[in-house]
Design a protein around this ligand. Structure first.
Ligand SMILES: Cc1cc2nc3c(=O)[nH]c(=O)nc-3n(C[C@H](O)[C@H](O)[C@H](O)COP(=O)(O)OP(=O)(O)OC[C@H]3O[C@@H](n4cnc5c(N)ncnc54)[C@H](O)[C@@H]3O)c2cc1C
Length: 437
C-alpha cells in the first residue's frame, strides 16, 4: 500500500513538473516579467496580476523559500524562531502569476528579453527588476571559512543567522564586535539592533561586566537621520558601548580570533581587534546580471527615476527595492510604498497615460533597542522624519516594539505580499488629522 501511494505521488509530481516545464516553454513571452520573487517582486506581482488577470505576469525566482528578513534581528537574538521568517515560495507566488523557477543570467533590454541560467529566453513587453542586493562575505579575507568557527556570525543570511544565538549563549568574556561595511547595505539599522539585543542578553546572562561591546563601522555616524542619531548616541553611551567610526572589516583570522579593520581615511593603515564574538554585516552589491547590463548606473544598481521608478533609458523597464538606484535606505518598508507606486505607474504607462504616482523616498527602520523597546525611525529622501504616529518616535517605546515584532509581520504576510499594502501614508494622514505629508 505504501509503495502504491509512493509511486502515485511520484507520478503526480512528475506530471506536475512536466506541466510546469511545458508551460514555460510554450509561454516564453509574457506581457510583464518580474525578475526576483522577494518582498518587491511578490508584492508588485500580486498588484499587477490582480489588475491584469491570469497568464500575463511571470515571476522569475530560483528559491524554494521566501523569507521575511526583517525578523532575522529577533531570530538572531533568540526572541523569535527561524520558522517565523519563512514560507514556501509556492505559497506566496500570486495565484494569477506564473512562477518560472530559475534565475536570471542576463538582462537584454535592447531585445526586451531576459536569459535564464538554463539558457531559455523569456521575452516581455514590460520588465520589473526586483532582484535585491547580493551579500559578499567573500570580499572579507578569511570568510566564509571563519563561519565554521565559534563566535563568528551574521544575521544577514538564512545560513548564518542561527549562529548568532549560539555566539551569544557561548560568550563568556572578551570583545563582542559588531561591524558595518563600506558599501550600501540593506537595513542600515540592523548592524546595531543586534548589538543592543546582545547587550541585554549578556546582562540577563550575568556576564555583561565581562564584555567589551564595540560598534566598528566604516560609516561616519551611528545613523543618517539627526533626530534618531541623537537618541541612539545616548543609548550607546548609557550602555557602555564603544563606537568606532571609519573602520572597515577586511580580514578575519579565526585561528587567532582576530578581526582586522582598515581605516577609511587610509586603507593601508590597519587596526587589529581580538574577538570572542564577531557579528558581521557583509559588503553588498547589486546582483551581477544587473551590474553587467545596460540597465545599471555607475554604482551597479538599476537606474530608475527616483519619483516614478521607471528606467531612465528604457521606459518599459521599472525597478524597486534593494537593487534599484532609489536614493533611500534599502528596507522592506520602502518596498511597501514602492510596490504601489510602481504598479500604478506601469499600468498608466501601458495605457499611454502620464505616470502620476510619485515616491517621496519613504522608508522606515524599526531600531530595536531591547527585547521590549524600539525607536521607530521613519523618514524620506531628504532625511526628514515622516512619522506615522502622533508621538515622538525617537523615544524608546514598548508600543513600537510590538508594532515591529508582531504588527508588521502580520501586515507583510497578509497584506503586502497580496498587493494590499502600499505603506502607512493613509494612516499617517489620519492620525495627524490631515496635517502630515
Ligand atoms: C538582518 C536584516 C534585517 C532587516 N530589517 C529590516 C527591518 O527591520 N525593516 C525593513 O523594512 N527591512 C529590513 N530589512 C531589509 C529588507 O528585508 C529588504 O530591504 C527587502 O527584503 C528588500 O526587498 P527586495 O525585493 O528588494 O529584495 P529581497 O527581498 O532580498 O528579494 C530579492 C529576490 O531576488 C531573487 N534573486 C536574486 N538574484 C536573482 C536572479 N539572478 N534571478 C532571479 N531572482 C533573483 C532572490 O532569490 C530574492 O528572492 C532587513 C534585512 C536583513 C537581512
Amino acid at each position: 500500500m505504501a509503495l502504491l501511494r509512493k509511486s502515485f505521488t511520484q507520478c503526480i509530481s512528475n506530471r506536475g513538473l512536466d506541466r510546469v516545464l511545458s508551460q514555460i516553454r510554450l509561454n516564453s513571452s509574457y506581457e510583464i516579467v518580474i525578475a526576483g520573487g522577494g518582498s518587491g517582486g511578490i508584492s508588485v506581482g500580486a498588484r499587477l496580476s490582480n489588475a491584469l488577470g491570469s497568464g500575463k505576469v511571470a515571476i522569475i525566482e530560483p528559491s524554494d523559500d521566501h523569507y521575511y528578513q526583517p525578523i532575522w534581528t529577533l531570530v538572531g537574538a533568540g526572541v523569535k524562531p527561524m520558522s517565523s521568517s519563512r514560507k514556501a515560495m509556492k505559497d506566496v507566488i500570486p495565484s494569477k502569476a506564473t512562477w518560472i523557477k530559475d534565475s536570471v543570467a542576463k538582462l537584454n533590454p535592447d531585445e526586451k528579453s531576459v536569459t535564464l541560467s538554463n539558457g531559455d529566453t523569456i521575452s516581455y513587453k514590460y520588465l520589473v527588476v526586483a532582484m535585491g542586493i547580493q551579500l559578499h562575505f567573500d570580499r572579507i579575507k578569511g570568510l566564509p571559512e571563519a563561519f565554521e568557527t565559534p563566535g563568528v556570525c551574521s544575521n544577514y543570511s538564512a545560513a548564518t543567522v542561527g549562529k548568532t544565538l549560539k555566539a551569544l549563549k557561548n560568550f563568556k568574556e572578551g570583545n563582542a564586535i559588531f561591524t558595518f561595511p563600506n558599501t550600501p547595505i540593506k537595513c542600515a539599522g540592523a548592524p546595531q539592533k543586534i548589538m543592543y539585543l546582545a547587550d541585554e542578553f549578556f546582562r540577563k546572562q550575568g556576564n555583561r561586566d565581562k564584555a567589551h561591546i564595540y560598534f566598528n563601522s566604516a560609516g561616519a555616524a551611528i545613523f543618517a537621520v539627526k533626530k534618531y542619531a541623537e537618541a541612539l548616541n545616548k543609548i550607546v553611551a548609557s550602555r557602555d558601548i564603544t563606537a568606532n567610526y571609519g573602520l572597515n572589516l577586511v580580514e578575519v583570522k579565526p585561528d587567532k580570533k582576530q578581526a582586522i579593520f582598515a581605516k577609511m581615511s587610509n586603507p593601508e593603515e590597519k587596526e587589529t581587534f581580538d574577538y570572542e564574538m564577531l557579528h558581521i554585516t557583509p559588503p553588498m552589491a547589486a546582483p551581477a546580471p544587473i551590474r553587467d547590463s545596460p540597465l545599471s548606473n555607475e554604482a551597479g544598481f538599476v537606474n530608475v527615476d527616483s519619483k516614478t521608478l521607471q528606467h531612465t533609458k528604457y521606459p518599459e523597464v521599472f525597478a524597486l527595492g534593494d537593487c534599484s538606484s532609489l536614493p533611500t535606505s534599502k528596507t522592506a518598508a520602502a518596498v511597501a510604498c514602492q510596490n504601489k507606486i510602481l504598479a500604478t505607474n506601469l499600468l498608466s504607462y501601458r495605457e499611454n497615460q502620464p505616470r502620476s504616482a510619485t515616491y517621496d523616498g519613504y522608508t522606515s527602520c524599526p531600531l530595536i533597542t531591547s527585547s521590549k523597546t524600539c525607536i521607530m525611525a521613519e523618514f524620506d529622501y531628504d532625511l526628514n522624519p515622516l512619522e506615522t504616529f502622533p508621538v515622538n518616535q525617537a523615544k524608546e517605546r514598548r508600543t513600537m516594539y510590538h508594532v515591529k515584532a508582531t504588527g508588521l509581520p502580520i501586515v507583510y504576510w497578509n497584506m503586502m505580499l497580496k498587493g494590499r499594502w502600499g505603506g502607512p501614508k493613509f494612516y499617517r494622514k489620519l492620525l495627524h488629522l490631515g496635517m502630515s505629508k
